[in-house]
Every structure is written in C-alpha cells, then in structure tokens.
Design a protein around this ligand. Structure first.
Ligand code: ZN
Length: 337
C-alpha cells in the first residue's frame, strides 16, 4: 500500500528570494504611539510554539515587570489569582511561529500587523493582553496563561482545574462578535449561560456553534460553562494575521465592567451533548455553515493522536527529511513564512 501524496525532492525546491521590507516612515512610527505599549510589547515578541521555556520566561518577566504575583506549574502554565471567583480566564503563551526574535509592527487605521507580513501572534497575544488588563483592574478571577496550545493544548490538557471554578472563558477567537458555544461540535455551555452573557455584556456578541478548539475545550468534562470569545484578530496562523485594536480596547473595557460572578451555572459537565452542525446545511439563524472537510477531520485526528500518526508515517517509510521537504515545497508554493 502506498500513500497518495507525492513526496517532493528537496533538490527541486527553489529557495525563496529574501524580501526586502522598507523601513517604517516617520508617520508610521508616530502612529504606533496610538497602541498601548503593553500590547506592542506582547505582539513584538515572537513566541514560537516549539520553545515553551522561552515563552514561560517571557510571560513571567512581563508579570514581574507589572508587579503581578504568579505561580508556575510543572507543565509551564502560569497562573494569577485575583480575589474570590468562580471564573477562569484563559489564553496561551505560544504562537504558530517557528522563530524567535521580534516583529516590526505597523498600524493602518485601527489594524495592527507585521510590517511586510508575518505571524503577528495576536492568536493568542491579544488574549494575554486582555487578561493582563483585567488583572491590573483587579477583576476577580483565576487567570491561566497556558503553554503550548498550538500543539494540541498540551498545557491545558495537563492542568488540574480547581473544583471551585464553574466557568472557563478563553480569549482566542477570530472576528468581532462570536460567543463560541460549541467546540469540535460539542456543547460547552448552557443556553442560560450564553443568553445571560449576551444580555449583560456591553458588546453585541452572538452565539456561534462553529468553534474548532482552544484551551477551554480541555475542561468540557470538568467545568460547567466553557466558552471562547472573539478578540478581533483575523488571518490567524498565517503571515496575513491582523488585529483590530479598536475592537480589542472595547473588549478590554467590556471585560473589566462585566459582572462575571452573576452569570448562572447550569450545564452538567458529565453530560456530553453534540451539535452536528457540520452536517446541517443551515443553522437556526438561516445562514450556511461551513462543513468540515476530510482535511479538517484528519487534522483533528493528527492533533489528538500525534504519536500514532508518527508511527504510521514511519511504518510507511516517510522520513523526517521527506516531511521537511514536503513542508518546504508547500511554503514555497503558498508563499508561507
Ligand atoms: Zn490560539
């Protein structure tokens, strides 16, 4: 039996010409003054997912510089606890980048991006920013900065959530108004919780069942109410990633003003409810939903079972060099980073 993919020969792959990027103009430099220096610091620092120790060093140094007390667990997750609370807020310290170093940022109108293109790391740097602003505003909560989400939620899967926590809120969704109620087709929060959130939150968020997954998915079986919220980034996992900073600042304020502790706790986490939205042509709001392709399903399997997939590849004679050559050709053809 052979695989249907064609393994490219490394020798045929042409190296990409190095792209020269013009320096920032005086106006572009001045425009960056409109952005909170804390956000600039987070998004200027590359935090590659394959370097969790450096990512931990980054977040702990940042918390220290803000005089915020924190603790670190053996899985490199960093937690901050403010007051008495049933709410856990989450973001992750890694990005899909594979390099260390700095991003040169540029602001066009209210859209922040990497000058000349690149992974901005607003997924999930913007979530880190929101949580830091909430901590600095003394909003009660358990704040967890998870390690290595981009490799299949390694940090959150290993984390033991305190029994006192009744809701888990992740800040890790593209767009401007999604209240993600389902991840991987599984229901993570009750309708009562979602409706109460929508009725109380200052911004017009809407229920959306089309979530893939982020760290709050790791707690569907232990924490009653688990959601994910849009933070205003787009083009995540690509060199075209952007962040709407106007939305981000409105979201920060709404999260600071939100009476989180008044939200109801209804869902029984032991009860698993699936929403097979990928098989329905329309959802209850009448718009067409995206269907999960075979590639999406395979990707999920690979994320959930990386060791099995590695074994299969080795058994079929696919070497690391083959995979690297395949990736290089893919990046060359698609203009990836
Ligand atoms: Zn993310």
């Amino acid at each position: 039996m052979s695989l249907s993919i064609t393994i490219p020969l490394s020798a045929t792959i042409k190296p990409k010409a190095a792209k020269s990027v013009k320096p920032l103009t005086t106006k572009q430099k001045r425009d960056l003054n409109k952005v909170d220096p804390l956000l600039l610091d987070i998004l200027s620092t590359k935090r590659p997912t394959n370097n969790p120790v450096q990512n931990l060093a980054y977040i702990t140094k940042l918390l220290g510089s803000l005089n915020i007390c924190y603790s670190v667990d053996k899985n490199l997750n960093t937690t901050v606890s403010i007051g008495e609370s049933k709410s856990c807020f989450t973001s992750h310290t890694d990005t899909v980048d594979n390099k260390t170093g700095n991003n040169r940022l540029v602001l066009n109108a209210n859209i922040l991006s990497v000058h000349g293109g690149g992974i901005l790391g607003a997924d999930c740097g913007s979530g880190i920013y929101i949580m830091l602003k909430m901590i600095l505003a003394n909003v009660p909560g358990l704040y967890v900065f998870f390690a290595t989400e981009e490799q299949g939620r390694i940090g959150s899967e290993a984390y033991t959530m305190p029994l006192t926590i009744e809701r888990c809120i992740s800040f890790d969704r593209k767009g401007l108004d999604n209240l993600i109620t389902h991840q991987m087709c599984e229901k993570g929060c009750s309708d009562d919780f979602a409706n109460a959130f929508i009725n109380t939150f200052e911004l017009p968020y809407k229920k959306d069942p089309t979530g893939s997954f982020t760290d709050s998915y790791s707690f569907f079986q232990t924490v009653p109410e688990c959601i994910n919220l849009s933070v205003g980034y787009y083009g995540q996992h690509s060199k075209h990633e952007t962040q709407d900073i106007e939305h981000l600042e409105k979201l920060v304020q709404a999260c600071i003003n939100m009476p989180w502790e008044t939200l109801p706790t209804v869902r029984d986490p032991a009860e698993v409810v699936y929403d097979d939205w990928q098989n329905m042509p329309f959802n209850y709001q009448g718009y067409k939903l995206p269907s999960l392709s075979e590639a999406d399903r395979v990707e999920k399997f690979v994320r959930d079972n990386p060791l099995i997939v590695a074994q299969v590849l080795i058994e079929y004679g696919i070497t690391l060099a083959d995979l690297q050559a395949y990736k290089a050709e893919d990046e060359y053809l698609n203009g990836g980073a």
